[in-house]
Design a protein around this ligand. Structure first.
Ligand code: ADP
Ligand code: MG
Length: 702
C-alpha cells in the first residue's frame, strides 16, 4: 500500500483549487496522462520542470525603463480612462506615475470593474511586464502582474516558465504548480549525508520548492543542486527498482545448468563457417553464467549482422545438454519463422527438437506443440509473445532468450520472470545501446558484446540521392538484377497511419512491376502470415529479385545474398531504424550498397542523420549520435511500450549521478535487502513517489 503521506500527490489534479475538468483535460495533454484522457495526478504537475525563467528584478523606474525590457514598477494610480461607450476596440487606459515619470497601462477587451478593483485611484501597486515606448511615452500593454503593494512579496521576481499546450493559460498552470507544491509533504531523507554534502544537495521538498520558486535565474539549470537532487531521486528510484528485480529473480533460481558439450559441438561441426572470436567469447560468458547456481541476467549486444542467432542456438544447446528447455522470443512473426527456419535444421542434426509458436499456430497443430512443451519432447521453442500466454506450460523451462529487446517493454520482461520457475535470461539487442541507456533500462545487467563481424564481410557503400533521380536509380537496379543481384526496396514510413504506408508500398509495387515483371515481390505488415512467408520465401529462393517492403523487414530478416537496399523517403526514418534497415545487406561476401532516397528540402536533423549514415557503419557511434539527435525515450522504443521516460533527469547532463545511483542501489540492497531500516523505509516512499510500485510488490512476494 502506498504510504498515506503521498495520498495528496497521487490525487487527481482536480483536487487542487481552481482546476476543473477543462483544465484537467489540458493538463492531461501537457503531462501525457496515462491512460490518455484520464486526469493527471498532482505529482505529475509537481514534477514538471520549468524550461526557463523570466527575470523581473529589473526596477529601473518608469523614465529609465528600456524599450522592450521586462521591468517591475512601483506606481501610484492616477486615473482610469475607459473606452467610450460602444467602442470596444479602443483600449482601457490606466495612468500611473512614480518619482521618475508617468506610464500608461493599456488593456484591450478588459472588464472595467475588475481593472478598477485591481488598481484603485490613489493606491500604490506593483506592475510587471514588458515596457514599450510609443512616441516617447512609456507604456505597458497588459502587464503580466498587478499586485497591491502590501502583497509585493508574492510577486515572483524570478518567474519560472513552463511548457504549455494550446488553450492552457500560463497563469493557471503556474497556480496549479504552486498548489501542488503546497500539498507536497516533507519526506524522510533517503540520501546519505556524505552524498548530500558532496553535491550540496537540498532535501527533496526543498529542491521542488527551488525548482518552482527559483531564487536565482540559474537555480533551475540542470547542473544546479535543485535539479541534480531531483534527477538523483528519479535515477535512484529506477536503479533501486531494477536492482530489486535482479536480486529477487536471482534468488529464485539456484540451478546449475551443466552441459557436456555433446550437442553443441555437433552443431558447431555442422556450421558452414567458423565462429568469430567475439562469438566464442560471448558464448563462454553465457555458459559460465548458466553453470552458476545464480540466475543469469545477461545482455548480448551485437550490431546487425554480427551473428547473434548462432550464439543463442549454441547456448540453448548447452541447456538441452543439461536437460532443460529453452524459449527464444522475438517481436514479430516473420522473424520467428525465420529464426525457426535457420535454427531447426542445425538443431535437428544434433538431435534437438525445435518448434515454432506464434499467434498463427491453431487447432491441432497448436495442441501438439503445447503437449510437446508440457511433456518435454520439444527442446527449443521459437516464437512471439504467444510463448508466454497463460495456457502455455513447460515441462522444465530453464532458459529464455529475448531477441531484439528494444521492441519489448518492461512489463513484458517482468511477465516473463513470473512465468514458471525462474529461467536464466539472455536479452539480445541489435541496436547498440549506449551504456547510460543500458543502465537506465536494465540496471545492473551483465553485458556481452559481439565486437567483430563475421570474416569476409564487405563494407556497405552508402549513397544519398534526391527523389528526382529515381529514374536513374531504377536503371541501375535493372542492371544489378540482370547481373544476378538481389534488392530490397523499403517504402516510406508513414507516421500517421499504417494504411497510408500500405498504399505507398502497393503503389511502388505497381509502378515497378511493368519494369521488373515477375521478378518483383511485395511484403507488408497487413498481409496474412502465410502471404508474408510466401513473399519472403520467394525472395530468399531468388524467385523474386526485387522485394518491395514496408518496415516489416526492419528487424532481423536474413537473406545473405541481398546486396542492395533502397530506402525511400529516408529522411522520415530515425537513425537507429536506418541502421537496422541497412543491416539487411552486407551479410554475405559480396560488396553491398545502401541507397538513401530523400525528398528535398531536408530539415537540419534529417540532414545530420543522412550524413552520419554515409560516414559510418559503426553501430555504436550511430547509437550515440542518435541519442543526441532524438533524445533517449525514442531510442529505447519506450514510445511503443508506454514506459514513461524521465521527467526530471537528463541522461546527458546527469550521467555521473546515474552511475552513483546505480552503485548506491546495489549498496543499499546488500545492507538492507528488504528495505526495513529507517533509510529503507524512506526508500520505499521514494519508490512509490516515482511509481515503481512493481518493485515493491516483489519485495512483499519475498
Ligand atoms: P544478427 O546479429 O543481426 O542477429 P544473424 O545472427 O542474423 O545476425 O547473422 C547474420 C548472418 O551471418 C547470418 O546469415 C549468419 O548465418 C551469418 N553468420 C553468423 N556467424 C557467422 C560467422 N562466424 N561467419 C560467417 N557467417 C556468420
Ligand atoms: Mg538477429
Amino acid at each position: 500500500m502506498r504510504p498515506s503521506q503521498l495520498d495528496p500527490l497521487f490525487a487527481s489534479v482536480r483536487s487542487l483549487p481552481g482546476i476543473g475538468p477543462k483544465v484537467s483535460g489540458l493538463l492531461g495533454t501537457l503531462l501525457g496522462a496515462q491512460p490518455p484522457g484520464s486526469d493527471p495526478r498532482v505529482v505529475n504537475l509537481l514534477f514538471l520542470p520549468p524550461h526557463s525563467i523570466i527575470d523581473r528584478r529589473n526596477r529601473p523606474g518608469i523614465a529609465f525603463a528600456p524599450e522592450g525590457a521586462i521591468v517591475t514598477l512601483e506606481v501610484r494610480i492616477d486615473r482610469h480612462q475607459p473606452p467610450p461607450a460602444g467602442r470596444n476596440n479602443v483600449p482601457h487606459r490606466v495612468y500611473a506615475h512614480d518619482d521618475t515619470g508617468e506610464v500608461g497601462l493599456t488593456f484591450f477587451h478588459a472588464k472595467q470593474a475588475w481593472l478598477e478593483k485591481m488598481m484603485p485611484v490613489g493606491e500604490t501597486v506593483i506592475v510587471s511586464g514588458k515596457m514599450e515606448w510609443f512616441n516617447g511615452r512609456p507604456t505597458m500593454v497588459h502587464p503580466d502582474h498587478i499586485t497591491p503593494i502590501e502583497n509585493a512579496a508574492s510577486l515572483p521576481l524570478i518567474e519560472p516558465v513552463y511548457p504549455l499546450t494550446a488553450g492552457l493559460s500560463p497563469k493557471v498552470l503556474v497556480r496549479g504548480v504552486q498548489e501542488a507544491l503546497a500539498k507536497s509533504p516533507d519526506l524522510a531523507e533517503w540520501i546519505e549525508r556524505p552524498l548530500l554534502d558532496k553535491y550540496a544537495l537540498p532535501s527533496h521538498r526543498e529542491a521542488l520548492d527551488i525548482l518552482h520558486n527559483p531564487r536565482e535565474p540559474q537555480d533551475i539549470a540542470l547542473d544546479r543542486p535543485a535539479r541534480q537532487r531531483l534527477a538523483y531521486d528519479e535515477f535512484l528510484a529506477g536503479q533501486l527498482a531494477l536492482a530489486l528485480v535482479r536480486m529477487k529473480t536471482r534468488k529464485l533460481s539456484g540451478r546449475r545448468l551443466e552441459g557436456n558439450g555433446d550437442i553443441s559441438s555437433r552443431i558447431v561441426a555442422a556450421l558452414p563457417y567458423t565462429l568469430t572470436n567475439s562469438q566464442r567469447q560471448a558464448l563462454q560468458e553465457i555458459i559460465a553464467d548458466l553453470r552458476q547456481p545464480e540466475r543469469m541476467l545477461r545482455l548480448l549486444q551485437g550490431d546487425v549482422g554480427s551473428g547473434k542467432t548462432v550464439v543463442a542456438l549454441l547456448a540453448m544447446a548447452h541447456v538441452a545438454e543439461a536437460g532443460g528447455q529453452s524459449a527464444l522470443m522475438v517481436p514479430t512473426e516473420v522473424l520467428a519463422r525465420q529464426h525457426h527456419a535457420t535454427i531447426a535444421p542445425l538443431a535437428a542434426r544434433a538431435g534437438l527438437n525445435v518448434a515454432l509458436l506464434t499467434g498463427r499456430e491453431k487447432g491441432r497443430e497448436r495442441d501438439q506443440i503445447l503437449e510437446g512443451l508440457a511433456n518435454g519432447s520439444i527442446h527449443i521453442i521459437v516464437g512471439t509473445h504467444a510463448l508466454f500466454q497463460e495456457k502455455v506450460n513447460y515441462r522444465d523451462l530453464a532458459f529464455v532468450i529475448i531477441d531484439e529487446q528494444h521492441r519489448f517493454g518492461v512489463h513484458q520482461r517482468l511477465l516473463l520472470t513470473s512465468k514458471g520457475g525462474a529461467p536464466d535470461m539472455l536479452v539480445m539487442t541489435a541496436t547498440p545501446i549506449p551504456r547510460t541507456l543500458v543502465l537506465t533500462a536494465f540496471g545492473d545487467m551483465d553485458v556481452s558484446k559481439l565486437t567483430e563481424k563475421p570474416a569476409g564481410r564487405r563494407p556497405i557503400t552508402t549513397a544519398i540521392l534526391p527523389m528526382e533521380r529515381l529514374g536513374e536509380l531504377v536503371d541501375r537496379i535493372r542492371k544489378a538484377i540482370a547481373e544476378g543481384q538481389k534488392v530490397y526496396w523499403i517504402c516510406p514510413l508513414v507516421e500517421e497511419s499504417e494504411a497510408v504506408e500500405l498504399v505507398s508500398a502497393e503503389e511502388r509495387f505497381e509502378s515497378l512491376r511493368p519494369i521488373f515483371g515477375e521478378r518483383v515481390g511485395l511484403v507488408h505488415g497487413r498481409m496474412s502470415g502465410p502471404e508474408k512467408d510466401a513473399a519472403m520465401g520467394a525472395f530468399k529462393r531468388s524467385d523474386t529479385r526485387l522485394l518491395i517492403a514496408t518496415t516489416v523487414i526492419e528487424v532481423g530478416v536474413d537473406v545473405p545474398d541481398a546486396t542492395i537496399i533502397v530506402i525511400e523517403h529516408a529522411e522520415r526514418f530515425g537513425l537507429a531504424q536506418l541502421h537496422q534497415l541497412r543491416g539487411r545487406v552486407g551479410r554475405g561476401d559480396k560488396p553491398s550498397t545502401c541507397l538513401l532516397l530523400y525528398k528535398a528540402p531536408l530539415g537540419e536533423v534529417a540532414q545530420a542523420r543522412l550524413k552520419i549514415m554515409r560516414e559510418t557503419e559503426d553501430g555504436f557511434r550511430i547509437a550515440e549520435e542518435d541519442l543526441k539527435l532524438r533524445g533517449e525515450g525514442e531510442l529505447l522504443g519506450t514510445r511503443q511500450s508506454g514506459t514513461p521516460g524521465f521527467r526530471l533527469a537528463n541522461l546527458e547532463a546527469h550521467q555521473d549521478l546515474l552511475e552513483i545511483a546505480r552503485k548506491d542501489a546495489r549498496y543499499i540492497l546488500t545492507r538492507d535487502p528488504e528495505l526495513q531500516t529507517t533509510r529503507g523505509e524512506a526508500l520505499r516512499v521514494l519508490l512509490y513517489l516515482f511509481e515503481r510500485d512493481e518493485a515493491i510488490r516483489l519485495l512483499r512476494a519475498g
